[in-house]
Design a binder for this molecule. Sequence first.
Ligand code: FAD
Length: 442
Amino acid sequence: MSQPRIVIVGGGFGGLAAAKALSRTPAEIILIDRTNHHLFQPLLYQVATSALTPSQIATPIRGILRKQKNTTVILGEVTGLDKDRKCVFVTDGDRENVPVAYDYLILATGASHSYFGHNEFAEFAPGLKSLADAEAARNKILQAFELAEAEEDPSRHRDLLTFILVGAGPTGVEMASALAILVRNTLKSDFRRIDPASARIVLVDMAPRVLGPFTEKLSKAAKQRLEKLGVEVRLGHSVDHIDADGIIVAGERIASKTVIWTAGVAPSPAGKWLNSQTDRAGRVRTQKDLTVPGHPEIFVVGDTASLDQNGKPLPGVAQVAMQGGRYAGKLIHSRIVGNPPPGPFSYFDKGSMAVVGKGFAVLQSWKVQMSGFGAWLSWAAIHLQFLATSSLRLSVFLQWVWTYVTGQRGDRLIVNHHGAEPVKPRAEVSVNVNVKPAFVGK
Ligand SMILES: Cc1cc2nc3c(=O)[nH]c(=O)nc-3n(C[C@H](O)[C@H](O)[C@H](O)COP(=O)(O)OP(=O)(O)OC[C@H]3O[C@@H](n4cnc5c(N)ncnc54)[C@H](O)[C@@H]3O)c2cc1C
C-alpha cells in the first residue's frame, strides 16, 4: 500500500516545525517553498543595518532537512489549490501551475507587508520581510551616506541623511535603534565631508506609544532609550503621504530619501485559495485543531492562520507558528499511525522581547517585566537558541561579541550597484573637478 502524502507549503517557522514533527511518520512529505532558505525574520533588521550577513540568518531548507529521509524539498511557488481534487498548484522556474496531490495539507505561508490600503507607498517605503528586502534596505541606507559624501552642496546633506521608519512596533524600534548605533558608532570615522552622527532618524507611528503589545512601563523605557540614542519618536499621527522626497505626517513634510516601512503585515493569500472564512486581516479562521472547517485534512498554521485563545486572537509571532506547526505535525502523525489524537491546540506564551540598541532590551514574560542589560542578555541567548543550526548560532554569537567589543559591523557592502536607483542629474550642479563623482546607478 502506498504511503499517504503530506504537503507542507512554507519552510518558515511553522512549516519547518511541522516537517520536523513528522520525521518518523510513515508518509511521503513534500515541503514546498518559493525560496530555498529558512529565514530567521526576527534578525532581519540586523542584516538591514549591517550587523549580520544574510547567510547568518538564513539556512537552506534542504540542508536543515537533509537527514530526514521521508521529506522532499521543492523550490516553487504555490499559486492556488483545489480542495476537491486535493492538490496544490506549483509554479517553478520551468513550469506553471503543476498540480501536486496531497492526502494532508499544511499551509504555513506566513505574511507580507500591509500598507493599510495605501499600496502606492510601497514604491517609496519598502518593507522588511525577506532577505532581499533586508539587503535592499541596507543598500539604500549605506548609499545615502555615499551620496551625501559625494554631494558638494551641504544643504542637501540633511535630506540624504534623514532616515524614516514608519511603524514603532518591535521591528521599527529595533531597526531605529540599530541604525542609531550604526551611524553614531560604526560609521563615525569613515567619511571626510559629512558627519554620519548628524544623521536624523525618525520613528513614526499613529499609536500613542512605541511597542504597543508591551506594558506601558516597558514601552516608556524603550522610548526613553530610543531618545537617548538620538532617535526622534513621533507618535499619535498616521503618515498621510509618502513619495520620493519623504513623508507627510500631521501636515508636516519630513524630507528624506530613505523611508522604510516597519508597520503592518498582511497574511498570504491562503484564505483566498481556500475560499474559507477569514478574520478582518484576511487570516484563515481555523478550528481548535488548526484545521479548516469541513476539511480535517487541511491545516493552517502561523501568521496566515487566525485562532482565538482566551477570547483573544493569537499573535503573529514565531512561537505561535512553531507550536502550531509542531501540533499539526503531531496530529497528522497520530492519525496515520492510529494513535489517539492530541487535545485542541493550546499556545504557551513564553513572553515577548525587543532589543533597543547595544546592551538594552525590554522583556515581558508572565509577571516578569525587565528592561536593560539583563533583558538584553536574555534576548541574545533566546535568539541564538532559535537559530536554525549550530553553525549559525556560533557564527552569530562570535559576530555579536566582536561588534559589541569593537563597534565594527559585519557586512557594510552595497551589493546592488546596477540595481541602485539612478540619481537624477541636477542642472545646477557645478562640478568640482577635484572630487570624483560617486558611482551611483548605471
Ligand atoms: C522583521 C520581522 C521581525 C520579527 N521579529 C519577531 C520577533 O522578534 N519575535 C517573534 O516571535 N516574531 C517576530 N516576527 C514574526 C515572525 O517572524 C513570524 O510570526 C513567523 O515568521 C511566522 O512564521 P510562519 O511559518 O507563519 O511564516 P514565515 O516564517 O514567514 O514562513 C513562511 C514561508 O512560506 C513561504 N511562502 C509564502 N508564500 C508561499 C507560496 N505561495 N509558495 C511557496 N512558499 C511560500 C515563504 O517563502 C516562507 O519561507 C518578525 C517578523 C518580521 C518580518
